[in-house]
Design a protein around this ligand. Structure first.
Ligand code: HEC
Length: 176
């Protein structure tokens, strides 16, 4: 009985503190002011586990299909490169100004996403970040084409990138 009382008083004090903090306006929300390490860690953990769980049952098509690669390149260049870079370019106003910062997808980093995780992120976007949900306006085939292109992107030279992202006149029916 005594224990229950202590527990509920502690809980009440904790909740009052939490709500006072939320209402106080003390937490800085500017994108030019970074999260404290514990907040950053919590948000990162939330995102990683959420994406990994949500993408678990996605079936990956044959990503080495040259058709996929060729149609993904122009889309990437037009819709993604401004935030996620291209060979020979390592920053833009958006990559510097957004927080969380868009990762540079032209370099392979440790803990790199699997193709099904990339597919899920491109289709659904990431809440409270600059990453839009492209699935609202693009079908799965087009998103897989960009995933196929992302798999190759870190290995491309500037010239290869230029060739693979050029839009040919037969692409025009894709439209935007
Ligand atoms: C306006 C900027 C912006 C644009 C345009 C954009 N993204 Fe993103 N993207 C982001 C941000 C910011 C993140 C990181 C979100 C986070 O860390 O919570 C992200 C994350 C990602 C990730 C996850 C990477 C990882 O390692 O976790 C992938 C994959 C991705 N974007 C692909 C794309 C593709 C493909 C396109 C084009 C169709 C695109 N993005 C367009 C801002 C953008």
């Amino acid at each position: 009985m005594q224990m229950m009382r202590i527990l509920s008083i502690t809980g009440l004090i904790f909740l009052t503190g939490l709500f006072s903090f939320l209402w106080s306006g003390l937490y800085p929300m500017g994108a030019d002011d970074h999260h404290t390490p514990p907040v950053y860690w919590a948000l990162e953990t939330l995102r990683e586990h959420s994406v990994s769980r949500a993408s678990k049952s996605i079936v990956i098509p044959a990503l080495d299909d040259p058709g996929l690669l060729l149609s993904g390149g122009p889309d990437y260049n037009e819709m993604c490169a401004i935030c996620h870079m291209k060979p020979g370019k390592s920053e833009s106003d958006l990559s510097l100004g957004l927080y969380p910062a868009p990762p540079n997808l032209t370099v392979r980093h440790e803990g790199h996403n699997s193709p099904e995780q990339d597919f899920w992120v491109i289709k659904h976007g990431i809440k409270a970040s600059g990453m839009p949900a492209w699935g609202l306006t693009h079908d799965d085939q087009r998103i897989w084409a960009m995933v196929a292109f992302l798999e190759k992107l870190p290995d491309l030279t500037q010239l290869q990138y230029q060739i693979l992202t050029a839009r040919t006149s037969t692409d025009d029916e894709h439209g935007h």
